[in-house]
Design a protein around this ligand. Structure first.
Ligand code: 5GP
Ligand code: SF4
Ligand code: MG
Length: 470
């Protein structure tokens, strides 16, 4: 599904390590555990004997970083990136980290999120003579930093960051230090850990666990960390007016074994499923999740409703991306190969099918049909998040309002379209309550913009302007 979804935004994974003799290998493992955040391309930049060495390519971590390539990579520090599709196009030049060799300094940069005023800043910078090497919005910060002249790098980074609007987690590395920055709303997750004496930073705590690092804390909104051989310092470059962690990180994007702001993602999903049972109790024989992202919520629904949880759908793990074919008929075949109904479980049964979200409705439609063809007498679809009615400008791939089925159709119309016997979405309040974050305010420090249209930042991009006009 991932590669089929198109959009202008991107969602990515970051990993960084400072002060470890085998930084390359540790980064490899870290990126591998973040692979679900992006499959289009991956790269790492290593700090080695006072130089920055870049290695990157299009494809999966295991494809890009072959055993042979890994043998030639070493360093004491690294930043790495996995990339999910394209802000402004794919291609090698957009694979991160980006490496900039200026006359006076070299700097590597990796970014997760989306800068909403990138177009405006780019136009300004080009007017002043900047030449962009990639079409990704990430590069804007590099130009802003260069424009700062020869003052202290940290000061130039802080100044550059203050011009950016939107969502960003940034890792910036020179041969002598690493900078870690989070946007003032804290829209994307980023955690800090320690591996022996080395500092580790990762988009998700699952990467800290995989490399054996001890979790220290999450990076705060508007925080800038500086890590070097002397240790670590922290400062605030911006005040946080509205803490806004992306709700979809809990609902869909992050790995179930990760924790975000102290809340385990699987547990959050399970609680979303329990909340669904509070809001809508269905008379049915079995509950099944749509693998993998719907499974945790399905377990929660089953537990709260007392209806047995069953494996009604099976995912074939060996279907590679090569099965995602350009033609519709081949694509349908690809979906069939990826997911199969378990006839012995669903035949003659009233089935509750739980999935995490509906974007365009294509997944639900196919699976309802699949379950009915396998003999389910009723299929009730429960979605463990509210209808996505608004595009996301912060880096999740729901940027085009035209593609969002809930933006155009009522719940009843969607139900009819996907062929379900009933369709229920979770309420916005129920979603907030179930995730259970401990922050002040109605949103509890969560972004809910794709559900309720209340964007936590100023709006700038052409897409946003088009959207508001429409
Ligand atoms: P749909 O088929 O309705 O367009 O997409 C919903 C399904 O796609 C869900 O099963 C969800 O797990 C999966 N999915 C894949 N990529 C994304 C994404 O970027 N955002 C969301 N919300 N769901 C996604
Ligand atoms: Fe996440 Fe939705 Fe906010 Fe985008 S709009 S950051 S997907 S909660
Ligand atoms: Mg899914």
């Amino acid at each position: 599904m991932l590669a089929e979804l198109k959009g202008l935004n991107e969602e990515c994974g970051l990993f960084g390590i400072w002060g470890h003799p085998d930084a390359a290998q540790v980064t490899y493992y870290g990126l591998h555990s973040l692979q679900h955040r992006g499959q289009e391309g991956t790269g790492m930049v290593l700090a080695q004997d006072g130089k920055l060495i870049s290695s990157k390519g299009e494809g999966l971590v295991t494809e890009v970083f072959t055993e042979e390539k890994m043998q030639n990579l070493s360093g004491n520090a690294a930043i790495g990136h996995v990339r999910y599709t394209t802000a402004g196009g794919g291609g090698y030049e957009n694979v991160q980290p980006l490496l900039f060799n200026f006359q006076s300094e070299s700097m590597a940069m990796a970014h997760n999120g989306n800068i909403v005023n990138a177009d405006q800043l780019k136009a300004q910078l080009e007017g002043q003579g900047s030449i962009f090497h990639s079409t990704s919005d990430t590069e804007v910060l590099a130009h802003l930093i260069r424009k700062g002249g020869f003052s202290e790098l940290k000061q130039r980074i802080t100044n550059g960051l203050s011009s950016l609007k939107g969502a960003y987690a940034y890792l910036i590395m020179t041969d002598s230090e690493m900078f870690v920055a989070m946007d003032p709303n804290g829209l994307r997750p980023l955690s800090l850990g320690m591996l022996g004496d080395a500092y580790v930073v990762a988009s998700e705590t699952c990467a800290l666990d995989i490399v054996g690092a001890e979790f220290l804390r999450d990076i705060e909104p508007g925080e800038l960390l500086v890590i070097n051989d002397e240790g670590i310092t922290s400062e605030r470059f911006a005040t946080c007016s509205q803490r806004s962690m992306c709700t979809m990180e809990y609902v869909y994007f992050s790995r179930p074994d990760s924790n975000i702001d102290g809340i385990n993602v699987h547990t959050a999903r399970k609680n979303l499923g329990k909340q669904l049972a509070v809001e809508k109790l269905i008379e049915a024989d079995v509950v099944t999740g749509v693998p993998d992202s719907g499974n945790s919520a399905a377990i929660g629904y089953a537990e709260a409703s007392g209806i047995p949880y069953e494996m009604g759908l099976l995912k074939n793990r060996y279907v590679g991306r090569t099965f995602i074919q350009p033609s519709q008929s081949l694509r349908e075949q690809g979906v069939k190969m990826k997911l199969s109904p378990v006839r012995g479980v669903v035949e003659g049964k009233r089935v509750v099918m739980v999935d995490d979200s509906i974007v365009r409705g294509t997944t639900s439609k196919r699976i309802v049909r699949m379950l009915k063809e396998a003999g389910a007498t009723e299929v009730h679809v429960l979605i463990s998040s509210p209808p996505i009615k608004n595009p996301c400008f912060y880096g999740i791939d729901t940027s085009d309002k035209e593609e969002l089925i809930a933006a155009k159709k009522s719940v009843e119309e969607i139900r009819e379209l996907i062929g379900a016997d009933s369709l229920t979405f979770l309420s916005v309040e129920g979603t907030v309550e179930a995730i259970g974050r401990q922050f002040e305010g109605e949103n509890r420090g969560q972004c809910l913009a794709c559900f309720n249209g209340k964007y936590p930042t100023e709006i700038f991009s052409d897409q946003e302007i088009d959207f508001i006009k429409s």
